[in-house]
Design a binder for this molecule. Structure first.
Ligand SMILES: [Zn+2]
Length: 387
């Protein structure tokens, strides 16, 4: 057993510092925060590389140990925007501590886990723990937009030798084994304009759009998944029309979320069939544009690492098997090789993206130690006392 557990001092000051870097997305600039982490790692003798895939937007890849195969721990460093700062009790970029909680944008989602990963690398190094896998920490950017960070890391081959991926998104120390997929679709409706007093001469694109949305909504299958309930669809934006004119144009965005037991290809062909039927029967003409897709994922196999995390998390009030309704970088990183994974992180799921976001200090510290102990339990090759 590792005698040098991770203490408050190893992880909390780092978390507070990370919150003070503005990595709000948009614009999603992360290079300063990433360079800061890289400097800490390098000065502590841990190998790392910055990959700036777009000006100001960067991933960081840090490695500990040897081995052909890797265990990857991943988390994103960008955050959603803070919104109206006046609504926050404590400044969103302050990283202030009050009553055992660290406040600030990104504290839960997910600089807490990122700080824990860094503390973990240092603990492994300090204790000279030799594992039979290489531990890779992948810190991504743009998870809060179109996941360009994880897409870039994937293209550079990060998953090629990965045996297991842990995503530190907030799960309240529960064991996330499934995640819904997401598809963002733009629907464009062309009608015919006429004077507002003579609607019979035109084709109203907004009316057609509303009729069409009701049809699309019915397509989404409501079959239940054991961890993720059922699919959902949401109309998120709509544009079109000017006063006193029968609108000739309307576009709206929808996103639908499917659990892993629903085939997205089937949903897509039903969408397309509905659109062609609609175009045949109506004067309005409709086009569909798929903007962004993240597949649903699920992992159901036995894994010693997950069992070990679960045992330890149970003692801390977590450890339940759950599914996540929201998408994470795992949706990008897992599917190409069907890599075993778990989504396991500190932080409450009701503190995601909210004003007065905070994370409990003691949960971040426990989380760091659970990771350290589970890695040692499952992958220890040799352990030398430091004296
Ligand atoms: Zn997140």
């Amino acid at each position: 057993m590792c005698k040098g557990t991770i203490t408050e001092n190893d992880v909390i000051p780092l978390l507070r510092k990370l919150i003070q870097f503005n990595t709000e997305n948009p614009p999603g600039r992360t290079i300063e925060a990433v360079k800061f982490i890289a400097n800490i790692l390098k000065s502590g003798g841990i190998k790392c590389e910055i990959q700036e895939y777009k000006e100001g937007h960067a991933n960081l890849i840090a490695e500990y140990g040897e081995g052909e195969k890797s265990i990857i721990l991943t988390g994103h460093i960008d955050t959603v925007i803070s919104g109206d700062k006046k609504r926050w009790t404590y400044p969103p970029l302050g990283g202030e501590e009050h009553d055992g909680h660290i406040y600030g944008r990104g504290s839960t989602d997910m600089k807490g886990a990122v700080a824990a990963f860094i503390a973990l690398l240092f603990a492994l190094k300090k204790e000279k723990v030799k594992l039979n896998k290489k531990i890779v920490v992948l810190i991504t950017s743009d998870e809060e937009s179109l996941m360009e960070g994880s897409i870039d890391a994937l293209e550079r081959g990060i998953m090629d030798n990965c045996d297991f991926l842990l995503v530190g998104e907030p799960t309240e120390l529960n064991i996330g084994m499934a995640e819904k997929g997401m598809c963002w679709v733009k629907v464009i409706v062309h009608g015919i304009a006429s004077h507002g007093s003579r609607p019979e001469l035109g084709v109203n694109a907004i009316e057609a759009a509303s009729k069409l949305f009701s049809k699309l909504k019915k397509i989404i299958p409501l079959t239940k998944h054991s961890l993720l309930d059922h699919s959902t669809i949401n109309i998120s934006t709509i544009k079109g029309g000017t006063p006193f004119v029968v609108p000739e144009y309307c576009e709206f965005d929808i996103d639908y979320r499917l659990p892993p037991n629903i085939d997205d290809n089937k949903v897509r062909s039903m969408f397309e069939e509905t659109i062609s039927q609609f175009n045949r029967k109506n004067k309005a003409k409709v086009e569909l544009e798929y903007i962004f897709t993240v597949p649903a994922i699920e992992y159901n196999e036995q894994s010693n690492f997950i069992t070990s995390l679960k045992e330890k998390a149970l003692k801390m009030g977590g450890g339940k098997k759950i599914g996540l309704a929201y998408g994470t970088d795992a949706g990008i990183l897992i599917p190409p090789k069907n890599t075993p994974f778990v989504i396991f992180g500190p932080g409450r799921m009701d503190k995601l993206h909210v004003t007065d976001e905070f994370i409990e200090k003691k949960v971040v510290i426990s989380y760091s130690n659970i990771l350290l102990e589970a890695l040692i339990d499952c992958y220890l090759q040799e352990f030398r006392e430091t004296d």
